[in-house]
Write a protein that binds this ligand. Structure first.
Ligand SMILES: *[C@@H]1O[C@H](CO)[C@@H](O)[C@H](O)[C@H]1NC(C)=O
Ligand SMILES: *[C@@H]1O[C@H](CO)[C@@H](O)[C@H](O)[C@H]1NC(C)=O
Ligand SMILES: *[C@@H]1O[C@H](CO)[C@@H](O)[C@H](O)[C@H]1NC(C)=O
Ligand SMILES: *[C@@H]1O[C@H](CO)[C@@H](O)[C@H](O)[C@H]1NC(C)=O
Ligand SMILES: *[C@@H]1O[C@H](CO)[C@@H](O)[C@H](O)[C@H]1NC(C)=O
Ligand SMILES: *[C@@H]1O[C@H](CO)[C@@H](O)[C@H](O)[C@H]1NC(C)=O
Ligand SMILES: *[C@@H]1O[C@H](CO)[C@@H](O)[C@H](O)[C@H]1NC(C)=O
Ligand SMILES: *[C@@H]1O[C@H](CO)[C@@H](O)[C@H](O)[C@H]1NC(C)=O
Length: 693
């Protein structure tokens, strides 16, 4: 009896145990996925089945998911091969490390609201040291991605679909994609030359329809012999469209493609009349069906004798005639070109006696869709209608000095080329110091270029001094200047580019991908991380940002022989690294200000930023006054950002932090603490993480 009851109880216990086991899945990957999608609404945890093996596919296509996943949890899934989250309403940006997960080969994020930049950080993935993304198939179609696609480390890609995004320029680094077979960048508002495409020698499917691209067909295109689908409709190309090409790809590949001259079929017309047409031309149906199918014929109009019944002497005469006509017209054209050149040269010589023909500095054309051939002065207009002028005759004479790369020689001309001649599509922001542009210099040097309008009156020597002084300021929380360029009166400073944008944007509730000019009211630099990013709701993240800023500012105030006053510490001047570490920008550029700022005013500004971080409202005077009042009344809790996840313990710590902001914003400057003390106080407040660890 005893034995039987014992057995029964054991059995019962084991079944109970396995039951509870099955309910609580003991697979770490499973847990990580649940955590990753916890902040996403409409996510149902029953979709993810518990299994013993590691999870290699995430397929949550068309599940009406809304929000931003906590991508960080996905980092620790070790055998992930594919991600398909297409057809949802996911928002936010994609962290760069995602692209370097060594096992990940297929990503489908089409039809979402994802935005921001697409970049790659070698080695930032979990342990991959190869420096190349493993991704082979990437579908980002119909999202809100902007013009920061950096694909040079995506050398394994063979399918890339970025259609229906607002890229504005072709993705960078296309020349590295030597395996790419399918490229779809249709409807991306892309302007610029199609030349970079010509490096894609493996391409079989190319859709660039519905953009504003320029270039010559087929010179600026990949070899057409391999291509079996082509659509260049609705662009602004020039060139000639041979009959066989029109036949092969079909007329609907060339609708409104620009000034394409179409050649009609030889065999019916022996004069090679070419008709300029966009729509009216309809090719005669080919009688030879293989014309449509055979993709690579080495020479379709081969004049060697064939089975055709034309007599050789007639053929020769025709050939002779064609050669004569061609030679005469070539001679005539050359003469005209020479005359024009001569006249132009004469005119320029008359205007000034020094005129140098400049050679392009490098032939890496991929980043230089715009060749700069004219000579100065150059005038550039910004979005707001203001303009700046570089009065140099020869833009290659104004050198770009790069501190870390002294052997690379760039000039203002390269900056012009890398920013589409400081075109509006490269304009990141118009701050109070001047416009800021994004540029990718040859060698994948990604920089932000700021035009220092306030330094126009400064002498060349003083400016060099200033830049060298600035380059000496090195701190993890200070945005390093990586170079400068003095072009005429204009002084340009080059910063390392921060793709995660600035704190102002980060805190603001802006929909992702909205890069409208109206939003660039302040010195905002880049595209917004989404407001619903879960990290943003972590008070620990905000504390970390506050401590970082305090550290940078304390370094400026106290670690130098003479304190460096920032003078314009606002959230839009605080940029965020990939890991959300703050970098203070605009250091050392506060001269020429009417109100001479002091370290005390910096402390005040820091207090405003801190209050902004805790209240979630980027610090207007009213926010500050309200927060100060509440702290004074002992009701600091009421000022806190309600979106912060409030753990039991953390509220008091946050109120403590708010009190630091209160001290910093004291009305009497003398009562404000020094940055070193502020840093000490903030470091003493240890945030506990709410749920994890
Ligand atoms: C989960 O599984 C591991 C082995 O895969 C095992 O060592 C561990 O004890 C299990 N945990 C629980 C709570 O069952
Ligand atoms: C999740 O899915 C299961 C089964 O598909 C369903 O029974 C359950 O109601 C769903 N939960 C929610 C919150 O929708
Ligand atoms: C991922 O794993 C690393 C160590 O392997 C750990 O330090 C980290 O906390 C994990 N991250 C998450 C989000 O679980
Ligand atoms: C991506 O998802 C879309 C929509 O669900 C689908 O049409 C497409 O075939 C998918 N592509 C890949 C490569 O999975
Ligand atoms: C990418 O997604 C779009 C839209 O969902 C779909 O039409 C297209 O076929 C997909 N392309 C590839 C290569 O998967
Ligand atoms: C292209 O640009 C126009 C105006 O700049 C904008 O309205 C449109 O939405 C953009 N297209 C895409 C696909 O983003
Ligand atoms: C095409 O280019 C020409 C000159 O470059 C310009 O005037 C015209 O507006 C462009 N057309 C389109 C549709 O972009
Ligand atoms: C090319 O794109 C245009 C515009 O989107 C479309 O009308 C046309 O049918 C496409 N042609 C082919 C061959 O797909």
């Amino acid at each position: 009896m005893n034995l039987i009851s014992c057995v029964i109880t054991t059995l019962l216990l084991t079944t109970l145990f396995t039951l509870s086991q099955s309910r609580k899945c003991n697979n770490t990957d499973h847990l990580l996925i649940l955590k990753a999608f916890a902040p996403v609404s409409n996510f149902n945890s029953s979709w993810i089945h518990c299994s013993n093996s590691s999870i290699s596919n995430i397929n949550l296509s068309s599940r009406n998911l809304i929000g931003t996943p906590s991508w960080n949890f996905i980092k620790n899934i070790t055998h992930l091969h594919t991600i398909n989250l297409s057809n949802n309403s996911l928002k936010g940006y994609i962290p760069t490390w995602l692209w370097s997960i060594p096992t990940l080969t297929e990503v489908n994020l089409s039809h979402n609201k994802l935005g921001g930049a697409i970049g790659f950080e070698p080695g930032s993935g979990s342990g991959s040291g190869s420096g190349q993304s493993s991704i082979q198939i990437l579908n980002l179609s119909s999202n809100r991605f902007t013009n920061l696609a950096h694909l040079s480390n995506f050398s394994n890609l063979y399918v890339l679909n970025m259609s229906h995004n607002n890229l504005k320029v072709l993705p960078y680094g296309l020349n590295s994609l030597n395996k790419l077979q399918t490229l779809d960048v249709s409807s991306c508002n892309i302007s610029g030359n199609s030349k970079p495409l010509s490096d894609l020698t493996s391409l079989e499917h190319l859709d660039i329809s519905n953009n504003h691209m320029t270039g010559t067909f087929p010179k600026d295109f990949p070899p057409l012999s391999n291509i079996n689908f082509l659509n260049i409709s609705f662009n602004n190309f020039t060139g000639s469209l041979p009959y066989d090409k029109a036949q092969r790809f079909g007329n609907s590949s060339f609708i409104n493609a620009g000034m394409l001259f179409k050649f009609s079929n030889h065999s019916n017309n022996n004069n090679n009349s070419h008709t300029h047409t966009n729509n009216t031309y309809t090719p005669k149906q080919s009688k030879k069906p293989h014309d449509n199918i055979i993709p690579s014929r080495s020479n379709p109009k081969d004049p060697t004798p064939t089975k055709k019944d034309s007599s050789p002497s007639w053929k020769n005469r025709l050939l002779f005639k064609i050669i004569i006509i061609c030679s005469v017209s070539i001679l005539g054209l050359s003469a005209i070109v020479l005359i024009i050149c001569y006249i132009r040269k004469k005119r320029k010589m008359a205007r000034r006696n020094k005129w140098t023909i400049s050679k392009p500095l490098n032939n890496n054309n991929i980043h230089q869709p715009f060749k700069v051939e004219r000579s100065g002065p150059f005038s550039f207009e910004t979005e707001s209608g203001s303009s700046w002028v570089v009065d140099v005759r020869e833009p290659s004479m104004a050198a770009v000095v790069l501190f870390e790369k002294p052997l690379m020689s760039f000039s203002f001309k390269d900056l012009m080329a890398a920013t589409s001649e400081f075109g509006k599509e490269s304009l990141l922001a118009e701050g109070r110091c001047g416009p800021v542009y994004r540029a990718v210099l040859p060698g994948e040097i990604h920089v932000a270029v700021k035009v220092l309008e306030s330094c126009r009156g400064m002498s060349h020597e003083d400016a060099v001094c200033m830049f060298e002084e600035l380059a000496r300021i090195k701190h993890p929380n200070i945005l390093p200047i990586c170079g400068y360029c003095i072009a005429g009166k204009e002084k340009l400073v080059l910063y390392e580019f921060m793709a995660n944008g600035d704190l102002h944007r980060w805190l603001q509730e802006l929909p992702t991908g909205k890069t409208d000019v109206e939003d660039w009211s302040a010195d905002t630099w880049e595209y917004p991380a989404d407001s619903s990013s879960p990290e943003k709701m972590e008070w620990r993240t905000r504390h970390n940002i506050a401590v970082g800023i305090a550290r940078g500012l304390a370094y400026l105030h106290h670690a130098q022989s003479a304190p460096i006053v920032h003078g314009h510490l606002v959230p839009s001047n605080i940029l965020l690294s990939d890991y959300l570490d703050p970098r203070i920008a605009d250091v050392g550029l506060s001269h020429n200000r009417v109100d001479s700022p002091t370290t005390d005013s910096d402390v005040y500004s820091f207090g405003v930023v801190l209050i902004g971080l805790l209240t979630g409202q980027t610090g207007s005077e009213e926010t500050v006054a309200r927060a100060r009042k509440l702290v004074r009344e002992g009701r600091g809790v009421d000022a806190l950002d309600s979106r912060l996840r409030l753990g039991d313990n953390s509220v008091s710590l946050m109120v403590e932090c708010l009190r630091v902001g209160y001290l910093c914003t004291a009305e009497t400057p003398g009562k404000r603490p020094a940055m070193q003390q502020v840093l000490g106080m903030l470091k003493d407040i240890h945030p506990v993480s709410p749920e994890l660890s």
